[in-house]
Design a binder for this molecule. Structure first.
Ligand code: FAD
Ligand code: SIN
Length: 555
């Protein structure tokens, strides 16, 4: 499309957006900035604009930028970590587009660290588990914060982007919600296969509004909060995955929930990540003193790559040692390195720990594994398209084939930038094929009452997260998975009844999605009769010769 068409499109949009994006993290805002050059974009976020995982990312973004590194090495590292389940076409696409994605972020003003001072112009590259080379660009140890702020600033400044925080998407609007039959003049796909937008709860007013557009992008992040302990923020409840599933999209590889090896063990602060870059810069994992082998490294016993083995291997090793010795935590120790180096590389972690009475330049950090990343999600193609016309999914809520059975460190933000861009460009390229939305039904809240017992929501929420941690965690068995499936069945009736009878709140919306996502994880885990990557089942410890995706198809 040429520039003059750009203006025409934006003007004809009137007050209705051309595209709705649910999610204001790395994936959603990347797509918004590309689309906004040619059409009017509405971005919904369920809390603050920086409330997703993006703002919490520490380590950085993987990209081949060093002369001694190659795309082929990054591709191989990704496929090795992914247990061979990755789709090679996607891996190549993302990795080959990484340097350009980093350049776009630098152009937006993300202040990536440079080698020996800002003036050198050569980016400093750190190292993380599973990478055969230094290739992680970063902004100190708070990369995500810098990226999120730059994206929000650019989106806020763009006249074609409207940002609406505090809007909780409830469900996708499909052909089922049309006021007229599908064969009408608006030319929708028959049979409820078209998405026209979302219903979303305004958390300030308590009203559910219907937002319609020609195309909708889900960029809602992961489902980490399905687990009792997670590094992910409060809102990671799998909303986009659950909404897409309910609307008729296939969902894939949900059994591959990634556990980060090193979350701070602290009775008050439960989800503070200690970046893998600490191990990348020489940190050692040790048993605490006072147990057999105390104060000694244990990773050499588990894997020749030692502390820099991929996450699934390191997390399982820690879990094994904790269970074997009845420990609460293990130690991560980088105190053998120069204190100036530690403070310079990890200023935020250093300050945070110091505030909790731990000086990481002098003593080890107590750590435990915690849920960290959702590898599975809404099945998409190379342009972020889902099974439903008009619906795209990008970022952590999607399953593009990049991560396979285990995500390689710092490949996730990268996926958000590359697929956010790809989905937006696909929408622009196909713009003429997207019909204007038909008249749609407003949300009907006339038959619901105010909730009589909020405690039900809290109780169910905690119960789900607890049994998922205990039964569907780092090590699984058939019996544990069966127990989890049984609990989910019982809770489903209760939550559905509650959802049908009471006025919507953010907590209720999230509970419904949390349970739906838990069900998808357990179904996928039960379907996989092998151990691969992040999915380890003691009843099927072997890996099958052929790598197959677990693809769930809605009824
Ligand atoms: P998010 O950034 O999670 O954004 C989701 C958005 O969707 C939010 O705006 C949220 O409000 C919105 N949303 C969700 N549900 C709804 C709803 N129902 N209605 C409206 N809006 C909704 N990856 C790396 O590559 N490198 C790292 O160093 C790294 N470090 C990490 C550290 C931590 C502590 C964590 C938790 C993750 C880290 N990751 C890292 C993973 C990475 O941060 C995430 O995968 C990535 O940021 C996901 O981006 P996203 O845009 O898909 O979703
Ligand atoms: C970390 O900094 O260890 C997190 C990196 C990631 O999740 O990719």
């Amino acid at each position: 499309m040429k520039k003059n068409k750009t203006t025409a499109l934006a003007e004809s949009a009137d007050k209705q957006p051309d595209v709705i994006i649910v999610g204001s993290g790395a994936a959603g805002l990347t797509a918004a900035l590309v689309l906004a050059e040619r059409c009017r974009v509405l971005v919904l976020a369920k809390g603050a604009l920086d409330g997703g995982s993006t703002a919490w990312a520490q380590g950085g973004i993987a990209a081949v930028l060093d002369a001694g590194d190659t795309f082929e090495d990054h591709i191989n590292d990704t496929m090795i970590a992914g247990g061979g389940l990755n789709r090679r076409e996607t891996v190549e696409f993302v990795i080959e587009n990484a340097p350009e994605a980093i350049q776009r972020l630098a152009d937006l003003g993300v202040p990536f660290n440079s080698e020996s001072g800002a003036a050198s112009g050569v980016l400093h590259l750190t190292r993380e588990g599973g990478h055969s080379h230094r290739r992680i660009v970063h902004v100190d140890d708070a990369t995500g914060w810098a990226v999120q702020q730059a994206l929000i600033a650019a989106a806020t400044a763009h006249p074609n982007i409207t940002l609406r925080p505090d809007m909780v998407a409830v469900d996708l609007v499909t052909d089922r919600h049309r006021l007229e039959p599908a064969e009408g003049k608006h030319g929708a796909a028959p049979g409820g296969r078209q998405v026209w937008g979302v219903y979303a709860l305004d958390a300030q007013t308590g009203r559910v509004e219907c937002f319609a557009a020609r195309a909708t992008i889900l960029a809602t992040g992961g489902a980490g909060r399905t687990y009792l302990f997670s590094t992910a923020p409060r809102g990671a409840t799998g909303d986009g995955i659950a909404m897409a599933w309910r609307a008729g999209c296939r969902v894939s590889n949900m059994e591959f929930m990634q556990f980060h090896p090193t979350c701070l063990y602290n009775l008050e602060v439960k989800n503070f990540l200690i970046t893998e870059a600490v191990r990348g810069e020489g940190g050692h994992l040790k048993l605490p003193p006072g147990v057999p082998g105390g104060a000694e490294r244990f990773m050499p016993r588990f894997d020749p790559r030692e502390e820099l083995a991929p996450r699934d291997v390191v997390a399982r090793a820690i879990d094994h040692e904790i269970k074997r010795l009845g420990l609460d935590y293990v130690h991560l120790d980088i105190s053998h390195r120069d204190p100036e180096f530690i403070r310079g590389h990890f200023p935020n972690i250093y300050e945070r720990l110091l505030g909790l009475g731990i000086d990481m330049t002098k003593e080890p950090i107590p750590v435990v594994p915690a849920q960290h990343y959702t590898c599975g999600g809404v099945l998409i193609d190379m342009a972020g398209r889902t099974d439903l016309a008009g619906l795209y999914a990008v970022g952590e809520c999607s399953e593009s084939g990049l991560h396979g059975a285990n995500r390689l460190a710092s490949n996730s933000l990268l996926e958000c930038f590359v697929f956010g861009d790809a989905a937006a460009n696909d929408i622009l390229a196909r713009w003429d094929s997207f019909a204007a939305p038909p008249p749609l039904r407003e949300w009907d809240a006339s038959r619901v009452a105010d909730s009589d017992e909020e405690v039900v929501i809290k109780q169910n929420w905690t119960e789900i997260r607890r049994f998922m941690w205990n039964y569907v965690g780092i090590v699984r068995t058939n019996k544990r998975l069966e127990r989890a499936a049984h609990r989910i069945k019982l809770l489903k009736n209760e939550v559905n009844e509650y959802y049908s009878n009471f006025r919507l709140t953010s907590d209720l919306i999230e509970l419904r999605n949390l349970l739906q996502t838990a069900e998808l994880i357990v179904k996928s885990a039960r379907a996989r009769r092998e151990s691969r990557g992040l999915h380890y089942n003691e009843d099927y410890p072997q890996t099958q010769p052929a790598a197959r995706d677990t693809i769930l198809v809605p009824n």
